[in-house]
Design a protein around this ligand. Structure first.
Ligand code: ADP
Ligand code: CP
Length: 319
């Protein structure tokens, strides 16, 4: 039996509640397959599209009411944890019950500690919300002063600061639940970004933490064996989107760092996944990270697809 942390991409959860409910039910199947195989599974998820939508919706509300204060991103992130966690925990609960497995599932409202002096606060990189055409993005930049960037060939998106996760505030309660056989959904949307002020006070900040990096932090504190990053592609590729695109079955940390140097992975999409995978496998020799798609998660567990990131040849050969 292995302890596995699965990070689900927010972009794979659809664009509205109906789609999300349907997609979480699909996601539940390969996840419950792993639970049925005897693995201890912990779940985290992204929130890029959802936190952007929540923030936009409250912006519209503020506009109608003539309010000058927008909904802060920490609160928008907290709402996205509830919205996505609600669907995920019910989908898992139903799938478990259908298979006669008696386990309870809970999403934990999770805060993630960041450094208030993180340079990310002055340099936005995290794409959130909907995709726009170049013309729309140019217009929005002019109107709002916000930054929009091209996101992996899919269109233009607003970017906001994304500081590095330092610690998971609710980690002890998560450990207790996991040790008692419960299934935990934690650090959703990269966690609610907070800074420590004084001894006891945590204050939310205007940011969205990358869920791959926050999930890696969670994977380390929970001491998991495998870190699965499930996204929109079956495998990581080099020369992505070009005629000579090549999918990778595996890469060592050394190779992954070389690809990063070559600029193979875009910021805000594939780069944080590869960086999170490297950080995880470097933290302990036996650890492996796998990047694959939700649809083919079961095959990825069986080693039939996905990109495995490993520390060195020796650790690749251990199970
Ligand atoms: N080198 C690459 N290999 C594979 N996919 C890539 C690569 N570079 C960018 N991508 C794109 O990045 C996407 C994953 O990023 P994103 O959708 O932001 O993640 P998430 O699933 O966490 O929401 C993939 O679905 C793919 O479209
Ligand atoms: N918070 C975050 O990284 O979300 P996505 O994975 O949806 O981009």
């Amino acid at each position: 039996m292995s302890k596995i942390l699965i990070a689900l991409g927010g972009n794979a959860l659809g664009e509205n509640p109906e789609e999300q409910r349907k997609l979480t039910h699909q996601a539940a199947k390969p996840i419950v397959d792993m639970i049925e195989q005897g693995h201890q599974v912990i779940l985290s998820h992204g929130n890029g599209p959802q936190v952007g939508a929540i923030h936009l919706a409250f912006g519209k509300y503020a506009e109608e009411k003539g309010l000058d204060k927008l909904m802060p991103f920490a609160e928008s992130g907290a709402m996205s944890q509830g919205y996505i966690g609600y669907h995920l925990q019910n989908a898992l609960r139903e799938e478990l019950a259908t298979r006669g497995i008696e386990r309870s599932v809970a999403s934990i409202v999770s805060q993630v500690l960041v450094d208030k002096n993180d340079p990310a606060f002055t340099s936005p990189t995290k794409p959130i919300g909907p995709f726009y055409s170049k013309e729309e993005a140019d217009q929005l930049m002019k109107e709002t002063g916000d930054t929009y960037i091209e996101d992996s060939g899919r269109g233009y998106r607003k970017v906001i600061p994304s500081p590095a996760p330092i610690d998971i505030v609710e980690k002890d309660i998560m450990k207790d639940l996991i040790d008692n056989g419960h299934i935990v959904i934690g650090a959703g949307g990269g966690g609610i970004p907070v800074i420590q002020e004084g001894k006891h006070k945590l204050t939310g900040v205007e940011a969205v933490i990358d869920k791959d990096l926050a999930s890696e932090c969670l994977a380390e504190v929970l001491d998991v064996d495998f870190f699965f990053i499930l996204t929109g592609v079956d495998q990581v590729a080099i020369n992505f989107g070009k005629p000579n695109q090549t999918a990778l079955d595996s890469m060592s940390v050394k190779e992954a760092k070389e690809y990063i140097e070559q600029g193979q992975f875009p910021k805000g999409s594939m780069l944080p996944k590869v960086e999170a995978a490297i950080k995880f496998v470097e933290s302990k020799k036996e650890r492996k990270a796998i990047i694959s798609s939700l649809e083919r998660a079961k095959e990825a567990v069986e080693g039939k697809t996905g990109t495995v990131i490993y520390k060195d040849r020796e650790s690749m050969l251990t199970n």
